[in-house]
Design a protein around this ligand. Structure first.
Ligand SMILES: [Zn+2]
Length: 355
């Protein structure tokens, strides 16, 4: 069958012929796979921890939705069920054994399409039903390709809800309607963060360092999300009008942490999600602010099976009203490998159609 493969960590991307793995499990026919920054980094040889499962070649792809083609006796899945496969598979540590490989203690996990496990950019794959999450509503099968990036956001929300209970961090009417959340980054992940926190009733400001594309501005406008281009407007001027009560970074540059700690309100919450491998250009004096102003800064990566299920619920509940289909800006065939290197005008999320 057709598969998109790479030779990690060197990179490159090609259309190959691979055979179905000879393991026990359910057979899943791939429906859609999404491409994100991680896939592009792997293709460009920039992700040093990318590694094959066996041999030298790795099947790419970690964002997917598929359809059960053949089930097994002890599984609850039946032919035709729509499923989203989980990316990270547990190792042997205590958190992994508790189903929380997103909090792995020793790094002994594998990630499909990234490190140590073949991914989903192929026509079919055999999988362990424990790592498949069902999509009950067939009408969201196209949007369900956003489940994987969205599950990261559901974990961020869980972390945020936990951290805000330090103090009565809510408005006088008990809601979050007076609270402003600044989201740094307007790629797929940034936009998903923005709509999830908007759905909590917060006022959301999407921050970008470059002028936003029309597609992105249109999406934000439709969801009544404010935005700021810091290449032409000043962040501190915005914060004067609209205090930064909390912030989430989906960019992954040290100076974003500095921007957040310089501007976030006392008792603020900052969730760091992005990584880019960029080192700080100088020492930032962030620690004093974090301590003196009770700022909590937390890292958040990946998500557990319950977050995949919550992401699917979110798409079902809000997908149509929040026009999430506008995030998917291009649908391609597996042969169109230039999508890994070229960026289309107005591109947000590209997907590959496998069937
Ligand atoms: Zn572990």
């Amino acid at each position: 069958m057709k598969a998109i493969t790479t030779i990690p960590p060197g990179g490159g991307v090609k259309l190959s012929q691979v055979s179905l793995e000879n393991t026990k499990g359910v057979r899943v026919k791939t429906y859609r796979t999404g491409i994100c920054g991680t896939d592009k980094e792997i293709a460009q040889g920039k992700l040093t921890f990318a590694r094959p499962e066996i041999g030298s070649s790795l099947v790419m792809g970690h964002e997917a939705v598929g359809i059960i083609a053949e089930s097994v006796e002890d599984s609850t899945f039946k032919e035709g069920d729509i499923v989203v496969p989980m990316v990270r598979r547990p190792g042997g540590c205590r958190m992994c054994r508790l189903g929380r490989q997103d909090y792995c203690e020793d790094g002994d996990f594998v990630e499909a399409g990234i490190r140590g496990k073949n991914g989903f950019m192929r026509e079919e794959f055999i999988d362990d039903p424990r790592f498949l999450v069902k999509v009950d509503n067939p009408s969201i099968r196209d949007l369900a390709v956003l489940t994987e990036p969205l599950k990261n956001v559901m974990k961020m929300e869980e972390t945020f809800q936990f951290l805000r209970t330090r103090i009565p961090w809510y408005c006088e009417d008990s809601t979050l309607s007076c609270k402003n959340m600044y989201v740094f980054g307007t790629g797929t992940e940034g936009l998903l963060i923005s709509i999830v926190f908007k759905s909590l009733g917060m006022n959301v400001v999407a921050v970008n360092r470059h002028p936003l594309s029309e597609n992105v501005m249109d999406f934000l406008d439709r969801n009544r999300i404010d935005y700021l281009d810091t290449s032409s407007e000043k962040l501190d001027a915005k914060v004067k009008d609209l205090p930064m009560d909390a912030a989430i970074d989906a960019v992954g540059a040290m100076d974003v942490l500095k921007e957040i700690t310089d501007n976030v309100s006392n008792n603020g919450i900052a969730i760091m999600f992005g990584t880019s491998g960029q080192l700080p250009s100088h020492n930032f004096d962030v620690l004093e602010r974090i301590v003196d102003r009770n700022i909590v800064v937390v890292g958040s990566v990946d998500g557990a099976k319950n977050h995949y299920a919550e992401a699917i619920d979110f798409i079902e509940t809000h997908g149509k009203a929040m026009q999430m289909d506008r995030i998917i800006t291009g649908k391609y065939q597996p042969e169109e490998l230039n999508i890994f290197t070229e960026k289309e005008k107005g591109e947000i999320k590209k997907v590959i159609a496998w069937s």
